[in-house]
Ligand binder design. Structure first.
Ligand SMILES: C[S@@+](CC[C@H](N)C(=O)[O-])C[C@H]1O[C@@H](n2cnc3c(N)ncnc32)[C@H](O)[C@@H]1O
Length: 294
C-alpha cells in the first residue's frame, strides 16, 4: 500500500531502467511518485530506487508486494544511502497476450497453471542490459539449493542479482533448462509465490553490503557468520519480573564480557544446533547451569 506520504518519495534518486535515465537528481529535488509509478515497469521503462553499487532486479507478476518491504528499516536506509539499487519488473509487461497472461494449463493435465516461457524469457532478456551483463540470475524454487547465510554472503559478492519469482504451480521446465539460473530455495516448505522468498534473499544479502547497517552495527557476531549462533542479548532494565541481567554484562570488564559472550554463543550453538559447528561446541557446555536451563 502506498502511504499518504508516497512510498518512495524519500529516496534521493530514482533511476529509470530504460535504461539509465535518472529521475530527480538533476534538480536535486525529491520526486513524489504516483501510485502507478512505483518501481514498476511501464511500457519498457522501469523505475529504480537508490543509486548504490549493487543492482538487484526483481522479476515478478506482483511487484507491488515489495513496496512496504523496500520502504522499511534497513532496506529503506540502504536504498537511501545508495548501497544498493533495486528494480522491480512486472513480467506481465513482457507478455504478448492481449490479457497480459503469463500462465497456461499444464500439458498432460493436472491441477493448477504453469508460468509460460515467453514472458519470462523476454523479461530476463530485456532486463539484462549492458549494465547487468554480469548479474547473477536466481530462480526462486522450493527445489533449489537451500538459502543459508553462506549463500547470502556468496550472493552479496556479486555485482548484481536478477531474482525470478514464480507463481501458480511454478515455471515451465524450459525456463530452468534454457536460462540456467541459480535455483534457490528459502526452505523445505512451499510458498504461494517467489516474492516472499525474494524478499528474504534481498533482505539477507543487502544487510551484508558495506554501509548497509547503521553506525557501529556489524554482522560479524550474528548467527551463522562464524558457523554458530549469536550470544544472548540483554538491555534495560537490569531486572525484569525477577529475571536479572548476568552480572558480567554490568561489570564494565570488556575482556570478561567478550569471554562470556563467546562461551554463551558456543554453548547455545552446541545445544540448539549441534549440526552447525563441532568446533564451536566445546566441553565447557556441561559446566554452565544457565545454558542448561534454556
Ligand atoms: C506454489 S509454488 C510451486 C511449487 C512447485 N509446484 C513444487 O512443488 O516444487 C509457486 C512458486 O513459489 C515459489 N516458491 C515456493 N516455495 C518456495 C521456496 N521454498 N523457496 C523459494 N521459492 C519458493 C517459487 O517461485 C514457485 O515457482
Amino acid at each position: 500500500m502506498l502511504t499518504s506520504a508516497g512510498v518512495f518519495d524519500i529516496f534521493p534518486r530514482l533511476v529509470c531502467a530504460g535504461i539509465g535515465c535518472i529521475y530527480g537528481c538533476s534538480t536535486g529535488r525529491l520526486r513524489r511518485l504516483s501510485h502507478n509509478d512505483i518501481g514498476i515497469t511501464k511500457g519498457g521503462k522501469t523505475r529504480f530506487i537508490g543509486v548504490g553499487t549493487m543492482l538487484i532486479d526483481i522479476l515478478t507478476i506482483f511487484p507491488k508486494m515489495f513496496e512496504d518491504v523496500l520502504n522499511t528499516s534497513i532496506l529503506k536506509i540502504a536504498l537511501q544511502k545508495g548501497v544498493v539499487r533495486i528494480g522491480l519488473h512486472n513480467i506481465r509487461d513482457y507478455s504478448t497476450d492481449k490479457h497480459r497472461k503469463t500462465d497456461d494449463a499444464p500439458y498432460g493435465g493436472g491441477p493448477g497453471m504453469i508460468m509460460t516461457c515467453d514472458p519470462v524469457f523476454r523479461a530476463v532478456e530485456a532486463v539484462r542490459t549492458a549494465e547487468r551483463k554480469d548479474s547473477h540470475l536466481v530462480l526462486l524454487t522450493p527445489q533449489g539449493r537451500t538459502f543459508t547465510q553462506k549463500v547470502a554472503r556468496e550472493l552479496s559478492q556479486k555485482s548484481g542479482l536478477m531474482l525470478l519469482c514464480g507463481r501458480y504451480e511454478g515455471f515451465d521446465e524450459r525456463i530452468r533448462t534454457g536460462l540456467k539460473p541459480d535455483e534457490i530455495s528459502v526452505g523445505d516448505y512451499v510458498l504461494s509465490g517467489g516474492e516472499i522468498a525474494a524478499m528474504i534473499v534481498v533482505d539477507a544479502v543487502v544487510r551484508l553490503l558495506p554501509g548497509a547497517l547503521g553506525c557501529g552495527a556489524s554482522t560479524a557476531d550474528e548467527s551463522f557468520e562464524n558457523g554458530g549462533l549469536d550470544y544472548p542479548h540483554y538491555t534495560s532494565p537490569t531486572e525484569y519480573r525477577g529475571m536479572k541481567v548476568p552480572e558480567v554484562l554490568l561489570s564494565g570488564h570488556h575482556a570478561e564480557i567478550e569471554k562470556w559472550r563467546r562461551e554463551q554463543a558456543r554453548k547455545r550453538t552446541r545445544k540448539r544446533r549441534p549440526d552447525l559447528s563441532d568446533e564451536q561446541a566445546d566441553d565447557s557446555d556441561t559446566q554452565n547451569g544457565e545454558e542448561r536451563r534454556d
